[in-house]
Design a protein around this ligand. Structure first.
Ligand SMILES: Cc1cc2nc3c(=O)[nH]c(=O)nc-3n(C[C@H](O)[C@H](O)[C@H](O)COP(=O)(O)O)c2cc1C
Length: 361
């Protein structure tokens, strides 16, 4: 097992804990993962939801909470000598309103890395200029990888520091159409997507060669054991990003009822939903999903979270639905999950999840 080298930054473990919003991956989880030597990722999605002024000035509350959570995560991640074997950064969705301000705040707060998906992070390089923060787009296809790397090459004369490939087994918003997702369990699906991963890696390496740098590629989606990690490495990945299995840990920042909903979920409870911004996502079936399928929720306040959301037409407010869930109101909230939620059967620890992935560590 090789450490993950991203430019001049090093994580002892080739593991990224995927960012999970709202409030699922904050300082406790990200700090605990970084302490093991991996890369802990804080989700910036409505991160200030516990701040007193969140309703009144959502953006200010979010930007303040971002800085505070990074500081807390660094304290948790430090060993007895004050050193950290891992790295800490943020996941910032491209679809976030005022995306640029979130990225600039993250970079100036001293994030080691920023990972951006839910859209193509076309201008991400511009917003981190002059800082030491490493950046990665999340892509799900060779086409998306080519588009973003070509744009960064042309506009900014630079390339990615690393790239995350997110497959269709992942949680949260997905970079696949509903139609594409219907093929997920067909016999050839995995082999075909493995080929897509190889093509993405080849494309990334083309740009690495052009710039004379090494760009590690990290794969994500449904990974929870050593066999899957080894498969990812055999394809040419140099690390894995894992999210869902970290929810059922003591260190995860969500309420106990949220974690328990993961433990209780069976295969038949997993549903593909269309989020208010029109993107497909994976979630646990509950009373909330039944209710909003029947009737549009009356939205009383817009938190201005996502660029493409229109509160007069959205079936529900995604900010409120995610906050209710993460605070433990699991029947009235939206519980995003990965496809492997069905295999999680107890609340464990970050150490346990890491051990299942890297037993030789
Ligand atoms: C509850 C939950 C929330 C998520 N929120 C985000 C998010 O805010 N932004 C994002 O880019 N990805 C998000 N993701 C995706 C993860 O970061 C990760 O890439 C993906 O879930 C990996 O697959 P796995 O969960 O099977 O390990 C979320 C996933 C989950 C399960």
């Amino acid at each position: 097992m090789k450490p993950l080298q991203i430019g001049d930054k090093l994580a002892k473990l080739p593991l990224i804990q995927g960012g999970m919003g709202v409030g699922v991956s904050l300082s406790r989880l990200a700090g605990a993962v970084a302490r093991t030597g991996g890369i802990g990722i804080i989700s910036t999605a409505q991160i200030g939801f516990r701040e007193a002024d969140f309703q009144k000035d959502t953006k200010a509350a979010n930007l303040r909470a971002m800085v505070a959570e990074l500081k807390k995560a660094r304290d948790i991640a430090a060993d007895a000598d004050g050193k950290c074997q891992g790295l800490i950064g943020y996941n910032i969705m491209v679809a976030t309103k005022d995306y640029a301000d979130y990225v600039k705040t993250a970079a100036h707060a001293g994030a080691d890395v920023i990972i951006s998906g839910a859209g193509l992070p076309v201008d991400l390089p511009e917003y981190v200029t002059g800082t030491d923060t490493k950046i990665a787009p999340i892509v799900s296809s060779e086409k998306a990888a080519r588009i973003i790397l070509k744009m960064w090459d042309r506009r900014y004369k630079r390339t990615a520091d690393f790239v995350v490939i997110e497959g269709a087994h992942a949680g949260g918003h997905l970079g696949f159409s509903r139609e594409e997702l219907t093929h997920l369990y067909e016999p050839d699906y995995e082999a075909n997507y493995d080929d897509e991963i190889r093509r993405i890696i080849a494309c990334v390496h083309e740009y690495g060669e052009k710039y004379g740098v090494h760009i590690p590629v990290i794969t994500a989606g449904g990974i929870m054991n050593v066999r899957q990690v080894q498969h990812a490495f055999a394809l040419g990945a140099e690390g894995v990003q894992v999210a869902t299995p970290f929810v059922t840990t003591e260190e995860c920042d969500a309420a106990p009822a949220y974690k328990q909903a993961y433990v209780n979920a069976k295969k038949e409870d997993i549903e593909i939903v269309t989020s208010p911004v029109g993107m497909p996502g994976r979630a646990i079936h509950n009373a909330f999903l039944e209710k909003v399928a029947q009737q549009k929720e009356h939205i009383t306040h817009c938190f201005r979270c996502l660029e493409k959301c229109n509160p007069t037409q959205a079936p529900y407010c995604i900010t409120q639905a995610l906050i209710r869930a993460v605070e433990g109101d699991v029947e009235n909230g939206l519980i995003f999950c990965g496809d492997n939620v069905q295999y999680l059967d107890h609340i464990g620890t970050v150490e346990e999840v890491v051990h299942a992935l890297f037993p030789e560590r």
